[in-house]
Structure formats: C-alpha cells, structure tokens
Design a protein around this ligand. Sequence first.
Ligand SMILES: C[S@@+](CC[C@H](N)C(=O)[O-])C[C@H]1O[C@@H](n2cnc3c(N)ncnc32)[C@H](O)[C@@H]1O
Length: 236
Amino acid sequence: MTPDPIPSPNIWNDPQIYEVENHAVDRSERIEAAMLTHRPIADARLLDLGCGSGFHLERWVDYGARSVIGCEPHTPLVAAARARVAALPPQKAARIEVVQAGAEDLPLPDGSVDVMQARWAYFFGSGCEPGLAELDRVMAPGGVAFVIDNDASVPSTFGTWFATAYPAYDDVATERFWSRAGWERQVVPITWEFDRRADLEDVVRIEFPPAAAEQIIAGHDGLVVDYSVVLRTRRW
Ligand SMILES: C[S@@+](CC[C@H](N)C(=O)[O-])C[C@H]1O[C@@H](n2cnc3c(N)ncnc32)[C@H](O)[C@@H]1O
C-alpha cells in the first residue's frame, strides 16, 4: 500500500501564496542551467516528481523535453496541475501528463525516464529509500535524476533564517545519507525576487513558524533574498 504523502503545509494550505513563491524562486533559472551541465533535457522523457500544482511542467516542454510526466500524490494539487496543463496551448499540453502517485509507487514502466527532477519534494534524506528504489526501476540507462533542496553549507540569508527557525534540522546527517547513497552534490546560488513587499512577507509566513517569520520580516529590507540550494545528481 502507498504510504500517506509527506505533509507539505506551505503548498497544501496556501497554494496561491506558494504560486507567488514559485514565481520568486530563481528567476534566472540557474538551477536548470546547472542541470543542463549534466544532461540535455531536449528529447528527454522527463519525470517531475512531487510536481505540486504543476508550476514547472510547461517549463520542461520549453526546454525541449519529448514528454513530461508530473507525479503528485495530493488530490487537490493533482487537480490544480491538470487544470494548469489543460489551459496550455494544445501542442504543449499534448506532451504533458499528470499522474496521481507517490514516489514510493510510480505508475511508470521500468527504464522509462531519462530525466527526473524533484524540487523540494519527498527526497529529503533518510526515509526516502522506497523512492530511491523506484528510481532504480524507472530510470533509463544514461538517465540522470536531480534532487533540489535547501543547502546549509554556504552562508546565505535564507540559510541563516532556515538554521535559526529549524534548529533540529541535521544537515550533517542529511549529507551523509546522500553521499552514502552515491549522489553527487553541487551548490547553486539563487535568489528569491519579489515584485511587492507584501508578497515577500506572505511567503515568509508560509515557510517559517509565526514568531520566526515576524522576526525575519522585521529584520530584512527590500524585495530580494539570497539563497543557496543543493542540486543532488545521480546517473543511471
Ligand atoms: C514543497 S512542495 C513542492 C512542489 C513542486 N515541486 C514545486 O516546486 O512547486 C512538495 C510536494 O511534494 C509532494 N509530496 C508529498 N509526499 C510525496 C511523495 N510521497 N511522493 C511524491 N511527492 C510527494 C507534496 O504533495 C507537495 O506537492
């Protein structure tokens, strides 16, 4: 039986604000540029695992993916992702499918995925072994999987906020887990860039506990936040 999805209160409870956050994250697409140094996306069969409301699905078509599967277990987000795809031009929509499933039990044939990306979804470290086993099954020879998550190794404004607000997070254990599992790591400096101060404040409030959020808002001016993410990579 597929386990319950990992609770994701930011996007589950506040999908409109999470949409604003997605528009603010990495506007210059440095994450994609780093992915492309490992493997082309053009012509790939791409799996976006834990795709949420499908924010990135169109992007993969724009990067030339032959086909895109968005996989998401949370029912309201599956509906949101399907609605987003249905609103795209038909030539793009025809290349995208959204399936309801968790990373532990993928409804995909063996060896059918050339590029997998999971962005702030499921693959957080210890506990994601069932999803890693599924990757072993679905990744095609020559395929590359990418996991994007917060980085604690390089000082950044967001990293300081994260370490202060979530002191129990064990970055050393997380890094040990991934290196034992055979994944490479690369730090990618990105930013959050907002158009309005109110948007920054809304997003901070869905990402941090209330007291920490108010401290962050009071101590940070402007519309930009520097941020460091880790891009984890494994080749099949
Ligand atoms: C923080 S959101 C990120 C969504 C999307 N990747 C994005 O960047 O917009 C994490 C997502 O992982 C999904 N998730 C939770 N458990 C999962 C599982 N077992 N397998 C795959 N995705 C899962 C959540 O429902 C949520 O949509």
